[in-house]
Design a binder for this molecule. Structure first.
Ligand code: GDP
Length: 295
């Protein structure tokens, strides 16, 4: 059995306490445990180090050393800091447009199409919206079909033009269609590649410019660790996106990518995906993620 971090810190500090006064050195040692937990959760090294340095200053300033339960206090401090680092509060999405246009970006396989369906379903069932899904992948007919299958499952219309090879025109036509037919949210699913390439980036940047969406979301597989951070950086440079969607959190990842991405691109994580089904979506709660990362 592994102790959770809370137990580990409590034990470390308790034992030390029995041997006289707890010192700055002891605090630093227990923070090593915190850093290890962060690295285990796939937080990048630089972020983990900066984080523990900042917690150390706070710990020394807050009388952790003389408290009755220094371990517990330390865990609270770490959790609060982590929560803050991930944005503190839950971040909403902008649905102010008529219609509100949401552009989905990300690599192929990240879960973009699945998430587009989940978001449409969420907005329909939880927010009483009338969403339209748009298939803008002009390279893979299978991707268009996949979105139609998803749309059928959740009872949401899917707009596609299989013969049209111009994603900007498809997106614009879809928005016109939405306006004419009373859809108040338009979710545009774009083409993804297995790795970042210039052509894909140029294409999505063109679509972005032409439709000027209220929300641009970047979808990333939480299991991809450090790669997730590099991908986020590349997409953010091109699109200056508004928020991140972290998918596949039902896997055994601890979700450290959430911290690394937030600290590198400084954009809020807005939603998470927790399974393949259409209802496996949740808004992102920084405090819950902090608990998960700390174990
Ligand atoms: P896209 O290429 O970015 O559009 O990715 P897809 O939506 O096709 O998803 C790729 C694979 O990941 C599919 O097999 C999905 O069922 C699966 N997937 C998507 N989101 C999740 C999730 O949150 N959890 C799990 N376990 N699988 C997911």
């Amino acid at each position: 059995m592994f102790d959770n971090l809370s137990d580990k810190l409590d034990k470390a500090l308790h034992v030390l306490k029995g041997h006289g006064s707890i010192t700055e050195v002891n605090v630093a040692e227990t923070l090593k445990e915190v850093r290890r937990a962060l690295l285990d959760a796939d937080v990048n090294f630089k972020t983990a180090k900066e984080f523990t340095n900042s917690v150390k200053e706070k710990a020394l300033g807050q009388n952790v050393l003389t408290s009755l339960q220094p371990g517990q206090l330390m865990v609270k401090l770490v959790k609060d800091e982590l929560t803050e680092l991930m944005g503190g509060e839950t971040a909403g999405i902008n649905l102010s447009g008529t219609p509100s246009v949401i552009l989905m970006s990300g690599l192929q396989g990240s879960g973009k199409t699945t998430f587009s369906g989940k978001l449409a379903n969420y907005l329909k069932t939880k927010k009483s919206k009338k969403p339209l899904l748009v298939a803008c992948d002009i390279y893979r007919p299978a991707a268009i079909n996949q979105l139609h299958v998803v749309g059928d499952q959740i009872g949401v219309e899917v707009y596609s033009e299989p013969e049209n090879k111009n994603p900007v025109a498809i997106a614009q036509n879809a928005i016109a269609h939405a306006k004419q037919n009373g859809f108040n949210v338009v979710i545009v699913d774009t083409a993804g590649r297995l790795a970042i390439d210039e052509a894909m980036m140029a294409e999505i940047a063109d679509v972005h410019k032409a439709i000027n969406p209220q929300e641009t979301l970047f979808v990333v597989d939480a299991m991809t660790g450090q790669d997730a951070v590099n991908t986020a950086k590349a997409f953010n440079e091109k699109l200056n996106f508004d928020g991140v969607v972290l998918t596949k959190l039902d896997g055994d990842t601890r979700g450290g990518a959430a911290i690394s991405i937030k600290s590198v691109v400084d954009k809020p994580i807005k939603f998470i995906g927790t399974g393949e089904k259409m209802d496996a979506i949740d808004v992102f709660h920084p405090a819950r993620m902090a608990d998960r990362i700390l174990g």
